[in-house]
Write a protein that binds this ligand. Structure first.
Ligand code: SAM
Length: 308
């Protein structure tokens, strides 16, 4: 496969490199902002599950222009390390841990955030039920951490998989926010069950004490939330967002988009700094992978010579 083939297949991947975004996901947040005006008046923002950092880049570029740069504080959290970004403080940590919430609060010097975003995704297994379940757990962990750090009236945006238990998640979110909308940006492929919940006006129930548990997803309930009726059934509006003239993420476009401009291949803006596949690439590049015809050269042998 040629280097330009992904550029051809995925217009947002290519535009991300042209505009200097670390990942194509940047367009999802930009298109969500177009629809919901999320960045208005935001001085303190949290980007959960931020690596490699394209959403943090969007926050850094947009917020630090709107407000005076020194007043803007952006905290990015991820399990993985991330290359630095202007005006973004990084925490390498787990969003399911209370200590991470405490660290965010410390960075804001006790003040609450105006906006929390989360594009969190676990490593996909391909087993849909498992993937949906883990994604839901991650969303609830993000919601939990949000209840510790978001100011009343603040907004929360998170990736959601529209699987069979999605109504349960909507119900959870509606407890904490007066408006919950499910949005699908143009840059998110139609073929993907991914969408984004835009939760506006944080207003926790009176007396609510933030904690890190998520009892509703332990599957000890036996209610089918999709069958509930009347006031018990929560229906969340679904909205497609992004300008209709924006590129369609499921289409293939020619490499030369503009007839006056020659197509030029660009490398990714920020290659991963410590990707989990680094070791495999090293072994492959140096011809150290165990070969089928030489079972006596196992992977362990190769690893020990590398002293990893
Ligand atoms: N929004 C990012 C961007 O625009 O560059 C892309 C995020 S990527 C799709 C999902 C990220 O979720 C991964 O970097 C992964 O490490 C992170 N993640 C998954 N589980 C996490 C957890 N429990 N705590 C923190 N980060 C987590």
């Amino acid at each position: 496969m040629g280097r330009s083939s992904k550029d051809k297949r995925d217009i947002y991947y290519r535009l991300a490199k042209e505009e200097g975004w670390r990942a194509r996901s940047a367009f999802k947040l930009l298109q969500l902002d177009e629809e919901f005006n999320l960045f208005k008046g935001v001085r303190r923002a949290v980007d959960l599950c931020a690596a490699p950092g394209s959403w943090s880049q969007v926050l850094s570029r947009k917020l630090r222009v709107k407000e005076s740069s020194e007043e803007v504080k952006i905290v990015a959290v991820d399990l993985q390390a991330m290359a630095p970004l202007p005006g973004v403080t990084q925490i390498q940590g787990d969003i399911t841990k209370i200590s991470t919430a405490q660290e965010i609060i410390r960075h804001f010097e006790g003040q609450a955030a105006d906006l929390v975003v989360c594009d969190g995704a676990p490593d996909v297994t391909g087993l849909h039920d498992v993937d949906e379940y883990i994604q839901a757990q991650l969303l609830l962990a993000a919601l939990n951490i949000t209840t510790h750090v978001l100011k009343p009236g603040g907004n929360f945006v998170a990736k959601i998989f529209r699987g069979k238990d999605v109504t349960l998640l909507y119900s959870q979110l509606k407890i904490f926010f007066s408006t919950v909308t499910c949005a699908k940006p143009r840059s998110s492929r139609n073929s993907s069950i991914e969408a984004f919940v835009v939760c506006q006006n944080y207003s926790p129930p009176e007396g609510y004490v933030p904690n890190m548990s998520n009892p509703l997803l332990d599957h000890s309930y036996d209610v089918d939330f999709n069958q509930l009726e009347g006031p018990n059934r929560i229906i969340v509006p679904f909205l497609a967002c992004g300008d209709l003239s924006a590129f369609d993420s499921d289409r293939t476009y020619p490499l030369q988009l503009d007839s006056n401009k020659e197509y030029e291949y660009l490398p990714p803006t920020q290659p991963p700094i410590r990707p989990p596949y680094q070791q495999a690439c090293h072994l492959r590049k140096n011809n150290l992978l165990a070969k089928e015809d030489s079972p006596s050269a196992p992977l362990e042998g190769a690893l020990s010579t590398m002293n990893l």
